[in-house]
Each structure stands twice: as structure tokens, then as C-alpha cells.
Design a protein around this ligand. Structure first.
Ligand SMILES: Cc1ncc(COP(=O)(O)O)c(C=O)c1O
Length: 341
């Protein structure tokens, strides 16, 4: 298979159409067989549930070329499980886990020419999603749905070197207690757009959301979970029912404990405590870990000892180990790496 002529190292995080995408439809209480199509357009009724009442959920994961030239994905079964939870919370039918993983693999395989070569830093981003397609005018769940998977090559996250982020404590809330913060639904992202545009206008890279009930505990940003390193070299990460259970964060905790022999704990973390931490990072599929150099809390600055020019030493070790596992340089735990053949 010949790779597409793409300037891999200069790709950004933008949509670029690839050849194939997967589509399956849910009608009369069941999913049809589904399959690949070259048609990138979705045509639905003007009154479709997704357009009127935002009944849509999605996932995000990547395919990589390993050092020895295999194409692999990272823990797609966990994305499948999370999408099941997201769908159930929005009264959508579940797209079965095994079919989800198969659909992801089939789509990546069909677009193998777009999977960036090893060493370019680029990857193939995979976007599974599902939405209500039939008309609903009274507020209720749709009866018909479409599940799709498309892919798009994306560039290295840290183009031109790693730059620690500056984030602000946000005055908007992301998720209510007992709300939908723990699922990957479009609605959580629509409401975060104003907060992120405002943060960028004020010169910040990201928002730190606090728990909506007490506004004392750290939740997450609009697109990543927090991970902190304490001064005595422990990893701590916020525990909350209203944050998205990041697959990267769960994997990093395992890596810290089992590969690096560190203590790692998921627990409630107050904003007050953050002043004493040694390192801070944001974890998610996009960057694995982006270092945070500074958090600004209404004029008060929390400056991490790791500084504004590089990743902290523990963050770097975690980053190197997890990316090593993903790229096939370090042996992966059973089932983490799924090869596409
Ligand atoms: C709100 C939010 N939190 C956390 C994450 C990180 O999750 P993951 O590591 O599964 O990509 C994402 C990105 O998917 C996200 O959108």
C-alpha cells in the first residue's frame, strides 16, 4: 500500500477528508449490517433529533504506525465502553462493543494510506459518533440513529517543541452534579465554546473547571483530565462523577504504578492543594500529556516549579513511557495495543 503524498510533519489538528468511512443505521429496534462508504456527507431530515435536541455522542482515538511498521490502535475497547455509557445516558441505543471495535479497525484499514508513517509525530485520528436521525418535534428520544466512523490524519501535537500551558480558573461551570459531565456528548462541548473563546481572548490556553456545587474542587478542562505530581513524587488525579473518564489518564495511572513504581491515587483535589504541587499536566488522546506551567486564579498565580519552558521530570517520564507503549518501543500490557491487519 502506497502512502498518500502528505507533508506529515506539518499537519495541524484539522479535518482532512480520507477515502472511507463506516456507517450503520438503527431502525425498527435494530442495527443494520453497516459497512464502508466513500460518501462523506450526511443527509438527514430538518427535524432530526440531533439537530433539534442535540442527541449525539462521540469518541476520539488514534491509529499509529509502530517502530516496526505495524498499524495499531490504543485500547479501542475502552472507547467502545465509554460510548455505550454515553449513549445510555442520552436514551440512545448502544452500538455493541465488538462491532464498535470492528468498525474502527475496518475504517482504519480502508484508509491505511492516510496513516502517518512512524517517526513523523503525526497520527490518524479516529472519530466514532452516533446521532438521532428521524424527526422529533416533541422533546423525546429519536427512534432512528446513525453510527459513523471517520478518520483524519493529524499532526504532532507539540510542533516546534513542548510549551507548558497557562490556564485560568474558569468562572463558568462545565457540568452539574448528577448531570452529563461524565459522558462524551456534543452538548458538553457546545456549552464550553463560549468559555474557551473567552479564555483565549484573555490570553489563556485553557480553562480549569471547578466542581459546580462548591467551586472548591478541581474538575477538568474542556478537553482533558488533570494529573498532578506532589512534592513527594506521588501522582494524584481528580476523582469526580462529573468529569469524563479519560482513557489516557487511566492508562497513565497504570503506567505510573506498574512501570515506574510510583504511588498514584485518584481522589478529590481542592484548588487550595494545587498551590503545593510540583507538576501539572493535562491528559487526553490529543497530546497524551500537555504540561501546565501556570494556573491563574483571579489574579493569584500558581507557578509550578517545572517552569514555563519544559515538561516536569515526572510528567516527561510518564509521557515517554506511554508514547513508547503506543509506538511499540516498550512492551504493552495485555490487550492495550490492537493491531490492524
Ligand atoms: C472533556 C474531556 N476530558 C478528558 C478527555 C480525555 O479523554 P481521553 O484520554 O479518553 O482522550 C477528553 C478527550 O477526549 C475530553 O473531551
Amino acid at each position: 500500500m502506497e502512502k498518500k503524498k502528505i507533508d506529515w510533519s506539518n499537519l495541524g489538528f484539522d479535518y482532512q477528508k480520507t477515502e472511507y468511512r463506516y456507517v450503520a443505521d438503527f431502525k425498527d429496534g435494530k442495527w443494520n449490517e453497516g459497512g464502508l462508504t466513500t460518501d462523506a456527507n450526511v443527509v438527514i431530515n430538518e427535524c432530526a433529533g440531533v439537530l433539534q435536541y442535540a442527541q449525539t455522542v462521540f469518541e476520539g482515538l488514534k491509529a499509529y504506525t509502530t517502530e516496526d511498521g505495524r498499524i495499531v490502535t490504543f485500547r479501542p475497547d475502552l472507547n467502545a465502553e465509554r460510548m455505550e455509557a454515553s449513549a445510555a445516558r442520552l436514551e440512545m441505543p448502544v452500538f455493541p462493543k465488538e462491532r464498535f471495535v470492528e468498525a474502527v479497525k475496518e475504517t482504519v484499514k480502508a484508509n491505511a494510506a492516510f496513516v502517518p508513517p512512524y517517526g513523523t509525530g503525526a497520527t490518524l485520528y479516529i472519530r466514532p459518533y452516533m446521532f438521532g436521525t428521524n424527526s422529533v418535534i416533541g422533546v423525546k428520544p429519536a427512534d432512528e440513529y446513525q453510527f459513523r466512523v471517520f478518520t483524519t490524519p493529524v499532526g504532532p501535537y507539540f510542533k516546534g517543541g513542548i510549551k507548558p500551558l497557562t490556564i485560568r480558573v474558569c468562572d463558568f461551570d462545565r457540568a452539574a452534579p448528577r448531570g452529563t459531565g461524565h459522558i462524551k456528548a456534543g452538548l458538553n462541548y457546545a456549552m464550553s465554546l463560549h468559555a474557551i473563546v473567552d479564555a483565549h481572548n484573555q490570553g489563556y490556553d485553557e480553562n480549569m473547571y471547578l466542581d459546580a456545587a462548591t467551586r472548591t474542587k478541581v474538575e477538568e478542562t474542556g478537553g482533558a483530565n488533570f494529573l498532578f505530581v506532589t512534592k513527594d513524587q506521588k501522582i494524584v488525579t481528580p476523582k469526580s462523577d462529573s468529569i469524563l473518564p479519560s482513557i489516557t489518564r487511566r492508562s497513565l495511572i497504570y503506567v505510573a504504578q506498574k512501570y515506574l513504581g510510583m504511588e498514584a491515587e485518584e481522589r478529590e483535589i481542592t484548588l487550595e492543594e494545587v498551590y503545593d504541587f510540583a507538576e501539572c499536566g493535562l491528559c487526553g488522546t490529543a497530546a497524551v500529556i500537555s504540561p501546565v506551567g501556570k494556573i491563574v486564579d483571579h489574579g493569584k498565580e500558581i507557578c509550578f516549579p517545572s517552569g514555563m519552558s519544559e515538561m516536569g521530570p515526572v510528567t516527561k517520564k510518564l509521557y515517554d513511557t506511554l508514547t513508547g507503549i503506543q509506538m511499540g518501543r516498550i512492551e504493552a500490557p495485555e490487550g492495550w495495543i490492537q493491531e490492524i491487519k
